[in-house]
Structures are given as C-alpha cells and as structure tokens.
Design a protein around this ligand. Structure first.
Ligand SMILES: [Zn+2]
Ligand SMILES: [Zn+2]
Length: 198
C-alpha cells in the first residue's frame, strides 16, 4: 500500500509504504509524522531519503525511527546547514546531527537505489518491486529538479537524465512518484516531459 501526504510547506510529497509488516517513509515532509502516528501508532519506521533538502525531512525528528537510508554521497549535504537549508524551515542542524546514528547503508529488501546526482550530489530514486519509482526532486511530472542550488550540478543532471531515459524506455509501465506534484507513468513522462526531448 502506497499513501501520499502533501505538505503545507512547499507542497512536497511524503510517501508512506507498508510492505511485509514494515512501514517505510520516503521523505518525511511536514505532516508525515502525524499521518504515520494516526495510521500506524507507535510503530518504528524505516526512512528513505531521496536527498536531504530540509523541506523533505522536516518531520524526521518526530518519527520513531528504525533506520534511515540515504545515499553515501548525500552525507555532505545532510551535515551542512548551508546545503540542506535546515534554518529556512525552523529546524536546527543539531536535530539532524543527532540522527546520524540511525543512518544505514542498506535500503532494505524490496528496494533498489538508483543514484541520480544533479539536484544534489547524493540524490537518488528508489525503485520498489520493479514497479514504482520514488523520484524525489530529480524528476517531476513535466519537469526536473533545479541544479542551481549549492551542491547542484547541471552536468551530472545531464548524465542522470540519459540514464533515466533509457531506464524509463525499458520500463514504460513504471509508476513515478515525484517529490512535488502528481504521479505519472514512465511512458507518459517520456512523452510529456520536455527534458527528455533529446
Ligand atoms: Zn530538493
Ligand atoms: Zn523539494
């Protein structure tokens, strides 16, 4: 079961997935913790971060956490308030720093990690059961994530788009759940997203 919580802050999407008895939260933006508490009580959750911009992890300190997966190259952003913008969202870096003990290198079974740098160095997409792609701020319904923020890299984004284009072409039925905005499918995204026009 995949459920979406849309935040009141920057309209970022949090996704809550329960599979084989484990609750996964992809990008705990504002409202995710309250949703998890209502739906699953005090259950410990596994958090998957597509990247560590703070709008996508405002509720991280509120969750009961089993483990947090983040791509290793994202640690520089997670640890640096100038890069993750914690202060813009009423958070403090110490709140994130004390969660470091939960960081793990294993996203758990059912998940594949696709490293998609460009928006940030350790941005990644999570593939669930080869059918659902949680794309964070890398890919949106008709657009892509910006590369002009500190830590962004337009050249890396170009490589990422090449990689994603062939991946989507090979998996046209894939459902894509972006970090902002509505979901789409691989086939539709390839057709409608001008950034795949190359
Ligand atoms: Zn972002
Ligand atoms: Zn975002």
């Amino acid at each position: 079961m995949i459920e979406r919580v849309i935040s009141s802050v920057l309209d970022e999407n949090s996704y809550i997935v329960k599979i084989d008895g484990t609750v996964y939260v992809i990008d705990p933006g504002k409202g995710a913790a309250e949703f998890v508490k209502k739906r699953y009580g005090n259950e410990e959750v596994f958090v998957l971060l597509t990247h560590s911009h703070s709008d996508h992890l405002i509720d991280l300190p509120e969750l009961k956490i089993k483990a947090i997966y983040m791509h290793p190259e994202e640690r520089s952003v997670f640890e640096n308030p100038e890069l993750n913008f914690v202060n813009y969202f009423g958070m403090e870096q110490s709140q994130l720093s004390k969660l470091k003990e939960f960081l793990t290198d294993n996203p758990g079974e059912h998940w594949k990690v696709i490293h998609t740098p460009g928006h940030t160095p350790g941005s990644c997409c999570y593939l669930l059961c080869n059918r659902y792609l949680f794309a964070g701020d890398t890919l949106f319904e008709r657009s892509i994530g910006r590369t002009d923020l500190p830590g962004g890299d337009p050249e890396k984004m170009e490589n990422t788009l090449r990689l994603l284009k062939s991946f989507l072409e090979n998996n046209p039925e894939l459902v894509i759940f972006p970090g902002h905005g509505p979901s789409t499918t691989a086939a539709r995204n390839l057709k409608e997203n001008p950034f795949f026009n190359f």
